[in-house]
Design a protein around this ligand. Sequence first.
Ligand code: COI
Length: 396
Amino acid sequence: MNSAINKCIKYEISVPSKEEMFMFPVPKLCSIERKLSRLRCSDEERQRLMASHAPFGELFTDHMVVAEYTKAEGWHDFAVTALEPFSCHPATSVFHYGQAIFEGLKAYSQPDGSLAAFRVEKNAERFIASAQRMAMPPLPKEMFLASIQALVETDRKWVPAGFGESLYLRPFMIARESLLGTRPSSVYTFSVIACPVGNYFPNGLSPVSVWVSTDYVRAVRGGTGEAKCAGNYAASFLAQQQAREQGCDQVVWLDAIELKAIEEMGGMNLYFVFSENGKKKVVTPAPSGALLKGVTRDTLLTLAGDCGYHVEERRIELDEWRDGCANGRISEVFACGTAAVITPVGRVKSARGEFAINDGKSGEVTMLLREKLLRIQHGLDADPYSWRVPLVGVGD
Ligand code: COI
């Protein structure tokens, strides 16, 4: 209901007055024009919408970034405008051949009232890699970063201040040529939209249950598994539905060749906590050519080491997972990603039966790493690796 009101307001196209238009300079590359939405929410309306704690990804801010690419002009016409629908010819190539990539990152409120993103350069780099894999034109890093900054600055009042809350930013690129021939489009749109978010999973931090799929695979080496492309997610929904039918929250993917090695959970990476001789070791599946290399996954490789845990990237098979839980070697398993941060996994079900991890409860390593990560993201702990990227200063 709330988001419907919000959408209805935002779909109006506004004609900016002179005072409402100004430019974000982006040195040497481009500038981003800003046309404020005439119909942006009032403070009261926005506060009411944010207090409704809409489910993840259902409440949107007032504005979006758009830019166009053509062969002749390259990337151009960057603008922050009112959030409004795209108008597309039915032959627009993204509808038919699926050239679509995206990213997910967050802006966090800091103790002094400023706003910062987390490792946004990693997202910009992966966006380039995803574009290359899908034969799309890479968006230069500076333009990616400037677009994020321009949108967050414009919609800064939509960034929630609570611990674990943030503004989720969704940069994406789609093929826009009206074309039924099977070749890459020559026209593209880049856009960024944003949602204030809290917990990703409706049950908050309760451990999730997982169904290990042997009917479907997410990706195979040489395929598109390492790219954050829309098709990977479309292809995952049927297995996710099957997980639900099995009474589980999420699907776990095995390698596509042998159906033995653990790869990912839904759209998130997995970590396994081993206890050996009183020492904890955290292990995550090694990149296989099919795995999406998550920014949170990468961050935890460093953070877990700093917390005193031994860290390993290696192959882990379902049999090792099952045996490890039975003999106590594996004490915790968690999933990680930008949207859900860190989420404990409590129960595993497959065609061969089911087992629990840590009696279905979340564990101390999982919760410690989650807290540590969030404290850095929210500016409450030191940031020795300069992961925080200032976006909007105090009073800007
Ligand atoms: C993320 O963690 O950002 C993801 O990729 C999940 C998203 C598809 C909601």
